[in-house]
Design a binder for this molecule. Sequence first.
Ligand code: SF4
Length: 456
Amino acid sequence: MTLTEKILARAAGKAQVQAGENVWVQADILMTHDVCGPGTIGVFKREFGKNARVWDRNKIVIIPDHYIFTADSKSNRNVDILREFVNEQALEYFYDVLDDPNGRWVFDAKQGQLKRQYGANFAGVCHTALPQKGHTRPGEVLFGTDSHTCMAGAFNEFATGIGNTDAGFVMGTGKLLLKVPETMHFRLEGKLRPGLMAKDVILHCIGEIGFDGATYRAMQFDGPALSHLSMDDRMTIANMAIEAGGKNGIFEFDAQTQAYVDYRCKLNGTKATYEPVERDHDEKFVSELVVDLSKLEPVVACHPDPGQRKLAKDLNHIGLDRAYIGSCTGGKTSDFLDFARVIRGRRVVIDTFGVPATPEIVRDLQAARWGDKTVWQILVEAGVQMTENASCAACLGGPTDTFGRMNTPMKCISATNRNFPGRMGHKESQVFLASPMTVAASAITGKITDPREFLS
Ligand code: SF4
């Protein structure tokens, strides 16, 4: 069996499963957020009754993160609905924007977008917060009401996005009926050269198979290159499995996975036991692709979908209005450090927005010192508009006052993960997906630029 099949067999209580088989799977974690949480709660109450209790109060993780730092009252209200449900059900894991469990969330637009407006429990973007807060464990099944839940596959678990109806059912029963996906094999070899990042790896893979090339399939990543890919790198790659239509992305377990998970579970006091899955000799794949990382070049996924891969160096004629670094995919500490390596000592010439994915990443960047300045200061002095309000921000457009949102038609290069029309705001805008280093180089020149031009 493949890694995905092994996890699903275990979660279904079976010795063996095959691709195409429908099985009832036991969930380990259900995650939801402010956009889908209220709908999920509504389905749960409608189907199980007003006084029903969730299947396990320790296995539901609620993370407001999407439309948080906006004066839109309906969006603010969604966070309150989550808080009321958490209080009613005595849920263990709720990463509220506020410290007051009986409070009401109102974003204060008068304070502006840059200064933090959250309490001590706020965790930021759900997919980056889940591992940081010790909720991703090898061998487990994670369901989330968000398509990029597949990011947790970096930790050798089966993680997939589900809709509100399915999530309402999982909330009540802890189970879900799933068709076992076929597995596509991506064997990663070699080592990335300077100027290349994990984002280039996944954009390359999606470019090879198309933005629907993995529809309802597992994308398994393994091979000797893994020893050169950090957990942040693996998260970037697994995150974008859905951009090829994948049901999930999954990585082999190794010492790095173990070190990360053990540290985070201990730090947060979450469940510290788990059982990884290892590769079998008789895995059956529906396709095989070998990717030599040492041969890749910086790439960009052009408007209007993540499969429109082109070499960054061939797109120098495309002028830009905006650059954006942030999101679960591209707003991690390592993403900002690589971005800053290109930016350092230079100035951006177009509007450039920086949105760290989590408050922990804000702290990392404000603590990391290069010479006599912090990385945060270096970016701000280069002209990058850095916000402390870690969230999804303009990755998903959001209400019109969302930080970095494109409210008029423009061209933006972005370290995010999705670029269908309207994704970051205005329907006639164009989003070019790229690595944080390529975004940095392009912000400096105002046109799509290969970052190797700026590396000594
Ligand atoms: S940062 Fe973007 S991709 Fe990630 S969860 Fe938020 S909206 Fe979705």
